[in-house]
Design a protein around this ligand. Sequence first.
Ligand code: ATP
Ligand code: MG
Length: 371
Amino acid sequence: MTTATTASTATAPNVPADATGPSHLTGPADLADLDEGIRDNPAAHRVLTGDRPTGPLHLGHYFGSLRNRVHLQRLGVEMFLVIPDYQVITDRDVADRLAEHTENLVVDYLATGIDADRATIFTHSSVPALNQLLLPFLSLVSVAELHRNPTVKDEIAHSSQAAVNGLMLTYPVHQAADILFCKADLVPVGKDQLPHLEVARTVARRFHERYPHLDGTPVFPRPRALLSSAPLLLGTDGGKMSKSRGNSVPLAADEDTTARLLKGAKTDADRRITYDPVGRPEVANLLLLAGLCQDRAPEELAEEIGDGGAAALKRTVTEAVNEHLRPIRARRAELAADRGHIRQVLRTGSEHANAIADATLTEVRAVMGSL
Ligand code: ATP
Ligand code: MG
């Protein structure tokens, strides 16, 4: 039996309810500060994050969020990973190959280092209480606020649907329920998620203002986004690397495919390679990628490539990515062969998530005065 199933539902971490710190943490300095606090008392924290089962995970996920998750888990923080399967139909009519994508996400999590015995990995649809939390949460957010959300606007711009559906607008509130049900205080995400995290923080604060707990303790902590040093990795077309935009380098791709995809990445006409994230975002992105793989500064790599041009840059990045991912890809292949194990991980995770969600819902009903 996993630790996840044996963990008590009554052991939600005692995190400061109204964080006095910044709403999100950025950069290695902040992560280092946080590290120290976590090392002292990992049990005081809980992480929730997740990925929609819309396609294979890519380098943006890995460097933007997955590595931080693994790091936090290794520090001893309890980890919840939601696979929001219902939310796939937010920006498309049909959830294509849902079971396959879901299982592949689990394979990627485990291959990159998430320990299934200590993490709770579950699908949104297997935890009905999440949808009950959504109702009071929706009442705490105005329609105008939902319309203003910049990530929602961006997702609408990239949606493949003829008409935007209601889920699109309420997406950040769904996500607030996914985060708050387990009282997570740390959410390792990419930069695109910051507006959504702000909604989760607002919901937690307003819930407390509207339904104060008898003993004064808020039911929900105010979660903080944890950004990595690659909070917005660009895809091969120069836009945000995304599963659904045909511009990603999947973690599971083979080495030749990786080389082909990176060879097609957008760069610019300047032959001399320099690290200038503002003036030359695409070149800077490739340098950052190689730097992350080799644990080196992008400026140093730029210096080394010098006048070699985009072709030399792409060769460097391809080698760095393929080498870094080689052990992960080998482990991935082994894990992918045992679908029974992957499904069992999801079943165990769902059992634990349901127990936690039911306990939280009972608490919510009590403070709201329900029967
Ligand atoms: P989709 O196209 O279906 O929206 P996606 O690639 O945007 O897929 P999500 O499932 O929406 O992936 O995001 C999962 C997590 O990965 C979020 O925390 C998100 O911020 C992070 N993430 C996604 N893309 C990137 C990226 N390019 N750089 C850094 N983080 C990213
Ligand atoms: Mg997305």
